[in-house]
Design a protein around this ligand. Sequence first.
Ligand code: PMP
Ligand code: GLN
Length: 381
Amino acid sequence: HARRLDGIPPTVFTEMSALALRTGAINLGQGFPDVDGPAPVIEQAVAALRGGRNQYAPGPGVAELRAAIARHQYRHYGLSLDPDHEVVVTTGATEGIAAALLGLVDPGDEVVVLEPYYDSYLAMIAFAGGVRRPVTLHAPDFRLDLDALRAAVNERTRVLLVNTPHNPTGTVLTRDELQAIADVAIERDLVVITDEVYEHLVFDDAEHIPLCTLPGMFERTVTLSSAGKMFSLTGWKVGWASGPSQLIEAVLGAKQWLTFTSGSPLQPAIAHALDEQAGFYADLATDLAERRDLLCTGLAGLGIDVRVPQGTYFALTDVRRLGWDDGRAFCLALPERAGVVAIPAQGFYDDQQAGRHLVRWAFCKERAVIEDGLARLGAAD
Ligand code: PMP
Ligand code: GLN
């Protein structure tokens, strides 16, 4: 294989889901819900497939979806976007991450990224020829260390890559933390790419604040999101990027050579979902908060140190009290020991000291599945 793949391990999500299939273990690893999104949205996609929406979509995406994304941004955040120049539909947020980094990072540019980082950031910063500069969110509360953020920025820094609500810690950045990021971005004239795919999956009194809504930030921020998380349709791979036209032009400049355009029949269905199904993600968040409590209480009862997440559908834990120092070894042994799969977090860290003993559990699974997983863990040696 090409040298650009060296040093980039295969994605842990595929590895661990394959392990779950092979061993028949309960999959509390990869983050996908086990109940599909709204039936009327699926019917809209069927109608689009039958109704002749089967040829290439326009490069930036089907017009009705871009308009619905703009309406969503206005309804939730008071943002007025021009759907023709400030929105581009992507093949999941994964393509948004790729296109934003390839379109905005030059070889040698440094990209400051929150650590633990989602694995595709590592790969795509490398593909773009960039250099990652992690800022660690430290246990036990995984908040942003403002001094570490400032220390990570230098004259080679080009992009701040942010993720809130944050996978895998479940941290939702506060207004003060976001303001600190904004201050650095403005002072150093940096571009910000912010991955907000879990924007609607926040719990209790945590509030998701889009970074681009802070003063002076819209003009320097590319915001990424995904219908996969919002509507429990992860397999559809419909995402989007929004921001000022000159940055979106750069995203589209890369996107046109990655996929040219994203799949057309699913786009009108997601437009419908954004306009008509806001209740779905509101209910999902309420329901997820209960399943979070079920999982976190259960894990804590087994002697695992749990950080209760404020958002996303993941809980990050420290397995040292169980006698395991290495989370990857723990996860590789777990299917055999207990019939459960979880995700080791150490691949999301440069700082192996910080990440070695951390394990992520998904709670976007039915209650019975979580209960079964907990029972199996409780019965393990
Ligand atoms: N960013 C984060 C933080 C994620 O957890 C995920 C996984 N869904 C993605 C991006 C990718 O999103 P999509 O499935 O829309 O490509
Ligand atoms: N984003 C999900 C997770 O973090 C699924 C993995 C993926 O999309 N690559 O588990």
